[in-house]
Design a binder for this molecule. Sequence first.
Ligand SMILES: NC(=O)c1ccc[n+]([C@@H]2O[C@H](COP(=O)([O-])OP(=O)(O)OC[C@H]3O[C@@H](n4cnc5c(N)ncnc54)[C@H](OP(=O)(O)O)[C@@H]3O)[C@@H](O)[C@H]2O)c1
Length: 327
Amino acid sequence: MADKIRWGIVGPGHIAHSFAKDLKLVGDGELTAVASRSLDRANEFADEYNAEHRFGSYQELFESNVVDVLYIATPHTSHCDLTIEALHHGKAVLCEKPMGINADQVKLMIAAAKKNGIFLMEALWSRFNPSIVKVNELIAEGKIGDVAYLNANFGFYGLDRDEDGRLLNPDLAGGSLLDIGIYPIFLAYLILGKPDNIEAVSLFHKTGVEVQTAMIFEYPNAQATLASGLRSNMQMRAEIAGSKGSAFLQDRWHETQGYSLEIEGNMENFDLPTKGKGYSHEIEEVHDCLRKGKLQSEKWSLQNSLDLVNLLDEVRSITGTTFPFED
Ligand SMILES: NC(=O)c1ccc[n+]([C@@H]2O[C@H](COP(=O)([O-])OP(=O)(O)OC[C@H]3O[C@@H](n4cnc5c(N)ncnc54)[C@H](OP(=O)(O)O)[C@@H]3O)[C@@H](O)[C@H]2O)c1
């Protein structure tokens, strides 16, 4: 592998900008190529981030030899097909969340990675947030005792968005759950594992997409109350309460810059800033895996992605949330 790991971006939209900015902060990587459905858009993005190669179709980038790894940053519905195509062309893939729309898609993606012997990881960036990593370690060490309760939400007002855009459009697997509900579900899964039972209810929009979901994850000795929504700006401090104390991830917890611990009535705050916005940490994990020849991350494995999408599927089946293309 060359001194610098060569990245290509597939779908230079909203999140791709944040990613490209953070990639500049990771010394041993560089953006070498950008692919868009429009060559003009690829050129514009590539000029902004000094990427040498630009393509007016995703396929041309897949067939090129100018990258080591691709970042798939398109709407959810295209993750599966694009990732499989990239893997078949021998390109390692970091795929935006949710890895696939449902477990069937994620299984196909994992099978393609295994068949081709190529690295694949879901871009679940919060898994690599320094405060979340630290709080997870402290809880595992018993710092707050036995976890009894977890509360995490993710909500913002999004009903004013374009109804054809990916948030409100059922054909693009819109709704709050797959876009942002995935984060509180991830936190419950990280700290408490797979629940024994799930309760959930959803509100729906006139376009047919689910726009607010409240969930209870039940464990033998704990409960997690989770919510996602596009109907209001929710409070986004996460709380994990145990028999000896509590841990708090500061607002907005999924990209937090610090955490707090309350043990026996004493509250202590800890700053633990991200490098850049925080995408740098998942990029560093990909680099570490690629340099060591690993085919998946041990910190966010393919099984973790499959477990997560299974939880999303289960919530959707309880709330009756379906997409037109799944009928
Ligand atoms: N990790 C995070 O913090 C985070 C934050 C936001 C979003 N995301 C994830 O990243 C993915 C992309 O989100 P985004 O907000 O960046 O989306 P976006 O800006 O709406 O779309 C990204 C790009 O995808 C391409 N694209 C391909 N097929 C498309 C289609 N049918 N409709 C619209 N665009 C299409 C477009 O680029 P070209 O046409 O130029 O090829 C577009 O600019 C989502 O899966 C989302 O869950 C992650």
